[in-house]
Design a protein around this ligand. Structure first.
Ligand code: GUN
Length: 311
């Protein structure tokens, strides 16, 4: 008999973030079921959103749905943008003291009259499933086990998986991260340092950014500017992680239409990259899957349960 293989979904060098995230959520659902069976308790994530930012509303809805889909409890607290900082801090204090709440996420950005640093600082670090609290940021910086920010954690999982698929590891590689935010750039740098990469954090004042990027074996783009990284800034054989999610308008025969693009010129870069994440369906789904991962970890830490393998 002649055996033949048909590749139904040959995605070449495009990293399947959506597929990886779906598989991760399946594993997490098993952990949730096991925890319920063993202890009669269910992890609970509370997401707080202040104001009406349309993109934030979409993300928060998706976080709630995915939390429920893996069997956890989900609460979404929607506050008007007239809420005072003091009222939000009072709510966080209540959630910190509520033993039924294991994870607290305050969706960013907050309205301008609030200090996100002050709000994040008010969250109990053990319930800080975003990993943004200085306590968790500090643990990451000194190599202690804490809660790691979701987008960098998901990006690292995809990078390690892509390297493994090529019989490769991250150690010794030149990693360039474009963007120095507390949410992505800085924690990503810490994670890649811990993987023994040589790390450069580039930003808006970096001289010869194109040349800096061309030296990268691993290029992480987190600048929030559509297609900012040109295709010819990508070294042949580089791993490219595009964290950007930018909505642009494109002309179509039916008039202008909204389209999501990353921080990297995908069509130009994919010719050079060994592996590259698309937008959408790249890093985005990993961020939510890692949020669920962090909620399970927080739940186990709070209850002194062993942390399931891989979480
Ligand atoms: N806004 C955009 N990304 C994030 C995130 O990862 N966490 C929170 N809290 N807000 C965000």
């Amino acid at each position: 008999m002649i055996a033949f293989h048909q590749k139904t979904a040959d995605r070449g060098n495009i990293i399947d973030g959506a597929g990886y995230a779906a598989a991760l959520r399946e594993r997490l659902a098993v952990h949730v079921a096991n925890l319920k069976a063993a202890h009669g308790l269910t992890p609970c994530l509370v997401v707080v959103i202040v104001g009406e930012d349309p993109a934030s509303q979409v993300y928060v809805k998706s976080k709630g749905e995915m939390t429920l889909a893996i069997g956890m409890e989900s609460r979404t607290i929607r506050l008007p943008d007239t809420t005072s900082e003091e009222e939000l801090l009072r709510l966080i204090d209540e959630l910190n003291r509520d033993n039924d709440v294991n994870g607290i996420l305050v969706q960013l950005p907050l309205p301008k009259h609030m200090s996100s640093l002050k709000v994040i600082d008010a969250i109990n670090p053990d319930k800080d499933v975003d990993g943004f609290h200085v306590s968790n940021a500090g643990k990451l910086a000194v190599g202690l086990d804490g809660i790691v920010p979701c987008t960098p954690l998901g990006s690292l999982m995809l990078l390690k998986d892509a390297a493994k698929a090529h019989g490769d590891t991250l150690a010794g590689k030149n990693a360039v991260i474009v963007g120095r935010s507390n949410i992505v750039g800085k924690p990503m740098a810490q994670l890649l340092l811990a993987e023994d990469c040589t790390v450069t954090i580039a930003h808006s004042k970096t001289r010869d950014l194109a040349e800096v990027c061309r030296a990268a074996d691993i290029l992480v783009a987190a600048v929030g500017r559509p297609r900012f990284i040109a295709g010819d800034w990508v070294k042949d054989g580089a791993y490219v992680i595009d964290v950007g999610i930018n909505r642009i308008e494109v002309a179509t025969p039916d008039g202008p239409k909204g389209k999501l693009v990353g921080d990297v010129d995908f069509d130009g870069a994919k010719v050079h990259a060994l592996a590259i994440t698309p937008v959408p369906k790249g890093v985005g789904p990993m961020t939510i899957a890692c949020l669920l991962n962090n909620t399970i970890k927080a739940f186990c830490l709070q209850n002194h349960f062993p942390i399931p393998d891989g979480v």
